[in-house]
Design a protein around this ligand. Structure first.
Ligand code: PLP
Length: 417
């Protein structure tokens, strides 16, 4: 087999280049399909890491991109602002719950989360709360691949274990989904709550950690605990934001407002790199003073790139104009109905769905590459990882395309388990 290392010059993500198969080459995308350089067309089950919510190459997104490219593709954001960013910030603030109203733009989910962590730690410093410099996160969580984010991902499950000794020591707990875990978290906070700047969680779904679901009540409990211990609540909605769980933001289902929220991925419908860290008024106000050291010292070169902001505005227009959340509900109903029979296949541990997320969890997955190859033969782009096979399609996927995806999962599992 030709391996990825024979590909000249490129270094691929999450890949042992020595053994990973030579990658397929994408040439064009449209709707829910990816056309490969060899002429094959695949139905995409995962919308390019959960980003392409309106399908690929949507005409109104493309038009917005071209119009902005003709006017001003990029300009720096230091001491200078522009209308696409002003409009986008105002629209995000209007969509978000409560007084989440100050938007700091960056260019990836990891960096949005870095900024969230910095904001939380500096919030306490600026307020004169001494000793609150730790972050509390949860087993099964994933927040990005930068050093600070690796430090709050689950080191056992995650791919960052190797770096353990190089990372700042943070606090990892079990999500309080059982009475024992709730009691353990309460005890931890009673002991160490005064050292914690922020509690960080992906609301309703821990995505890259294995598509693990928890309830709105768990989130409400975390909000209550943060309030009692003076800890800021950071919600990482990089994956869940923009309709994926059935509501525009996952936190709406718990009726809570976090102190800081991170958004990316479907923010630009997967068309341009952009992310936003949005803070409550009270958080922002802690940075206002005559002391220059109280300012937030962060500023990526490409923050608030006008092309990306224009595309994000066009994406929000589509959410206003087209029935996306109804489409998510229809996908949920169909996916639940079509994936549920997998539960009875030998080797399947669980089948679960939420919004436009469908998961088949296996007892074990020894050779994910064999499954990936089988999916390619079926004409679908599905990438099993850990012990799961999952679907996170575009919200515009047709019922027939979705049936093709769920049918491929059933056929491949029958053949390979
Ligand atoms: N947070 C969550 C919940 C994610 O799912 C991801 C990426 O999958 C990230 C953060 C990191 O985002 P990025 O890959 O854009 O840095």
């Amino acid at each position: 087999m030709t391996t990825a290392s024979t590909l000249p010059h490129l270094w691929l993500p999450y890949s042992q280049m020595h053994t990973a198969p030579f990658p397929v080459e994408a040439q064009a995308t449209s709707g829910s399909t990816i056309t490969l350089a060899d002429g094959r067309t695949l139905i995409d089950g995962i919308a390019s890491w959960w980003t392409a919510c309106h399908g690929y190459n949507h005409p109104s997104i493309r038009r917005a991109l071209i119009a902005q490219a003709e006017r001003m593709p990029h300009v720096m954001f230091g001491g200078m602002v522009h209308q696409p960013a002003i409009t986008l910030a105002q629209r995000l603030a209007a969509r978000l719950p409560g007084d989440l109203e100050r938007v700091f733009f960056t260019d990836s989910g990891s960096v949005a989360m870095e900024v969230a962590a910095k904001m939380a730690i500096q919030y306490h410093l600026n307020k004169g709360h001494t000793g609150r410099h730790k972050l509390l996160s949860f087993r099964g969580g994933y927040h990005g691949d930068t050093l600070a984010m690796m430090a709050i991902c689950d080191p056992e499950e995650g791919m960052h274990r190797l770096f353990g000794a190089a990372l700042p020591q943070q606090i990892l707990a079990d999500l309080p989904t059982t009475p024992a875990h709730s009691a353990a978290l309460e005890a931890l906070l009673a002991r160490q709550g005064h050292e914690i700047a922020a509690l960080i969680v992906e609301p309703l779904v821990q995505g890259a950690g294995g598509m693990l679901f928890h309830t709105a009540e768990t989130l409400r409990q975390l909000r209550r605990l943060c309030d009692s211990y003076g800890i800021l609540l950071i919600l990482d909605e990089v994956f869940t934001g923009f309709g994926r769980t059935g509501t525009f933001f996952a936190c709406e289902q718990a009726d809570i407002t976090p102190d800081i929220i991170a958004l990316s991925k479907a923010l630009t419908a997967g068309t341009m790199p952009l992310a936003a860290t949005v803070a409550r008024k009270t958080v922002f106000e802690a940075f206002l003073s005559d002391n220059p050291l109280h300012a937030l010292m962060h500023g990526p070169t490409f923050m608030a790139n006008p092309l990306a902001c224009a595309v994000a505005n066009a994406s929000l227009d589509l959410f206003d104009q087209e029935p996306r959340l109804e489409q998510v509900r229809a996908i949920h109903t169909q996916m639940t109905h079509e994936l549920e029979p997998c539960r009875h296949l030998p080797g399947v541990r669980d089948v679960r769905t939420l919004g436009a997320i469908g998961v088949v969890e296996l007892e074990r997955l020894d050779d994910p590459e064999a499954l990936k190859r089988a999916f390619l033969k079926e004409g679908v782009w599905i990438r099993p990882f850990r012990r799961i096979i999952y679907l996170t399609p575009a919200f515009t996927i047709t019922p027939d395309e979705l049936t093709h995806l769920t049918g491929a999962i059933k056929r491949v599992l029958k053949e390979h388990l």
